[in-house]
Design a protein around this ligand. Structure first.
Ligand code: AMP
Ligand code: ZN
Length: 272
C-alpha cells in the first residue's frame, strides 16, 4: 500500500498505511538527532488531567480547540470527566517537575498523540495527529538560545530531507485570547517561531514550531533552577503527519524513488 493518510467518516481523522508509518518512523529517528542521546524520552497517552489544562489556561486561550471527555462515573449521569484530550505534548512535562528544584538545565523528549477541534480539514490540518516535542527547562537566556539554536538545526535537518522551510513569527495566543497587549508582546518578543513548508499543492503549513514561554510554566508549577530562581521553559515541536505529507508532496508517492540521501536519513529500505 502506498504511503498515505486514509480518510475516515470523521473529518481530520485518518488511518495511516504501513508505508506512511515507515516515513513517520524514519522522521522519529532523524528528529532524535536534534537532542543529546541521553535526553529522557516520554510517550504520552491521548488524554491529560483536565486540571493541568485548566492550570495552564489552555481552556481559556484555545476554548475552540479543546476536546473534552464525557463519561459516566459510578453508573451515574453522563458528566464531564477529569480528563481532556491532550492538545500538545509539553503540557505533560511541567507537572512531572512540579515543586522541583532542578539540578541544572533539564531536557525531555516527548512523543504525543494530540487532538484539536480544528474548524477546517484541509490537507495537513488534522484533528487527531502526532507531535514530537523537545522541552527545555533552564534560565531565560539559555532557553531562548536553545530554542533558536535547535530551530536552526531543525531547519538544516529538514533542508537535508529536501524540505525548504521559511521561518515565521507566529501570534497564537499562548497568553490568553482576550489579552491583546500580551499577544502583541508575544509577537514583538518573537516568543513563537514556526518553520513552514508546503504539505500539499498550495497548502503551506507550520511543520515545526519553537516556543519560548518565559517563566509562565515555571511559575505555575513552582519549578526553580539550582539557584532558586523560577525556571524558564522552551519547546520545539514537530507535527509527524505534516512532515510526512510535506515529504510525499516534495518527493512523490514512491518512497523507493526518493533521493538516496533522504532515504538514508529516514532509514527507508532501498528499492528492490
Ligand atoms: P503548535 O503547538 O500549534 O505550535 O503545534 C506544534 C506542531 O504540531 C506544528 O508545528 C505542526 O507541525 C503540528 N500541528 C499543529 N496543529 C496541527 C494539526 N491540526 N494537524 C496536524 N499537525 C498539527
Ligand atoms: Zn510545547
Amino acid at each position: 500500500m502506498k504511503p498515505a493518510l486514509v480518510p475516515t467518516p470523521a473529518a481530520g481523522v485518518h488511518l495511516s498505511t504501513g508505508g506512511f508509518e515507515a516515513v513517520v518512523h524514519g522522521l522519529a529517528s532523524a528528529l532524535s538527532t536534534l537532542a543529546a542521546p541521553d535526553v529522557p524520552r516520554l510517550r504520552t497517552p491521548p488524554v491529560i488531567a483536565r486540571q493541568t489544562i485548566e492550570e495552564v489556561g489552555y481552556h481559556e486561550s484555545f476554548p475552540h480547540l479543546l476536546g473534552r471527555v464525557f463519561a459516566r462515573t459510578d453508573g451515574g449521569a453522563l458528566a464531564e470527566s477529569d480528563l481532556v484530550l491532550l492538545p500538545a505534548g509539553c503540557y505533560c512535562v511541567y507537572p512531572v517537575h512540579a515543586g522541583e528544584r532542578l539540578h541544572g538545565p533539564t531536557e525531555v523528549s516527548v512523543e504525543a498523540t494530540c487532538f484539536r477541534q480544528e474548524a477546517h480539514a484541509e490537507p495537513g490540518r488534522l484533528r487527531s495527529f502526532r507531535m514530537r516535542e523537545f522541552v527545555r527547562l533552564d534560565t531565560a537566556e539559555r532557553c531562548l538560545a536553545w530554542r533558536d539554536d535547535r530551530l536552526a538545526a531543525a531547519r538544516d535537518l529538514l533542508a537535508e530531507l529536501g524540505l525548504e522551510t521559511t521561518s515565521e513569527v507566529a501570534s497564537d495566543p499562548f497568553f490568553g485570547r482576550g489579552n491583546r497587549l500580551l499577544r502583541k508582546l508575544q509577537v514583538e518578543r518573537e516568543l513563537k517561531v514556526e518553520l513552514c513548508a508546503e504539505v500539499a499543492p498550495g497548502q503551506r503549513q507550520a511543520v515545526a514550531s519553537g516556543n519560548y514561554h518565559t517563566d509562565q510554566f515555571g511559575r505555575l508549577f513552582a519549578i526553580t533552577g539550582p539557584d532558586g530562581a523560577v525556571a524558564h521553559t522552551a519547546c520545539l515541536a514537530f507535527g509527524y503527519e505534516r512532515l510526512a505529507l510535506a515529504l510525499l508532496h516534495r518527493h512523490g508517492e514512491e518512497t523507493g524513488r526518493w533521493p538516496d540521501r533522504v532515504r538514508k536519513t529516514l532509514d527507508l529500505e532501498a528499492p528492490r
